[in-house]
Design a protein around this ligand. Structure first.
Ligand code: KIV
Length: 271
């Protein structure tokens, strides 16, 4: 069902309906126009313009260097290619922590300049002021708990989070806080499946997992990982649906060989 007047068929309202009906939500990242068109046409429900662009596009070790301008550029490229899916843009590190007015200004820039449908930010009680302030402007907010890559310098590791009782309890409380504040969904990254199941059962908003088991309302993966474009990252939770690294390498090798041998271009490939 689409909401009358909404730009895209999938809305935050629709996500809540999907959860209520037990219909699983599919979410993938995209950072550019061509990939966004492919992912949207293939029927994914939600496209995340993730700050993981820092890793898979820019080659940074962490997501921290991403700026608001970077995210707006990727967001604009993606929304130009999307007709149906809900588009969510990550707020980059440093644009929402510790100052809710600055957070609101950043979120407004993202919404105005990218025409996305929603923003996502990392953290629970620590960023609640910003979440609440952004929501006052009618901007949908998706939370992100568990492994929050923008806090990598605090953790010092990308290992599974919330294995201990104290951290698990805080995560559960944070999820409730985000729902109460008015978030439209929450991403749970790399936490025990048992804990995500408990969170998904306790919340009425959708819980989307990455490395968080199957008993949640949907799944998200980074497109470069699931297509096997990038073969440097092989966590246990990742399922590879293609080996584009090999396919692309072989295609480039064939092209080089054809250029060197003079086989390309042939008569039908010239004017
Ligand atoms: O930036 C990103 O791609 C993400 C997903 C891993 C959820 O936040």
């Amino acid at each position: 069902m689409s909401v009358e007047g909404a730009r895209r068929a999938v809305t935050t309202y629709r996500l809540k309906e999907m959860k209520a009906r037990g219909e699983k939500i599919s979410m993938l990242t995209a950072y550019d126009y061509t990939m966004a068109q492919i992912v949207d046409n293939a029927g994914v429900d939600v496209i995340l313009v993730g700050d993981s662009a820092a890793n898979v596009l820019a080659g940074f070790q962490t997501t921290l260097p991403m700026t608001l301008d970077h995210m707006i550029y990727h967001g604009q490229s993606v929304t130009r290619g999307v007709k149906k899916a809900l588009v969510v843009v990550d707020m980059p590190f440093g644009t929402y922590q510790g100052n809710s007015l600055a957070a609101l200004a950043s979120a407004i820039r993202i919404m105005k300049e990218t025409e996305a449908d929603c923003i996502k930010l990392e953290g629970g009680s620590e960023v609640l002021d910003s979440v609440e302030r952004i929501l006052t402007a009618g901007i949908p907010v998706m939370g992100h708990l568990g492994l929050t890559p923008q806090s990598i310098n605090k953790y010092g590791t990308y290992a599974v989070r919330a294995k201990g009782q104290e951290e698990a309890d805080k995560l559960f409380e944070d999820a409730l806080l985000l729902e109460k504040a008015g978030c439209c969904a929450v991403v749970l990254e790399k936490i025990p499946a048992e804990l995500s199941k408990r969170v998904a059962e306790a919340l009425t908003i959708p819980v989307i997992g990455i490395g968080a088991g199957g008993d949640v309302d949907g799944q998200v993966l980074v497109i470069h990982d699931m297509l096997g474009i990038n073969n440097e990252f092989s966590p246990r939770f990742l399922r590879r649906y293609a080996d584009l690294f090999t396919i692309m390498t072989e295609a480039v090798q064939s092209y080089c060989a054809d250029v060197k041998s003079g086989d390309f271009p042939n008569e039908s490939e010239q004017y």
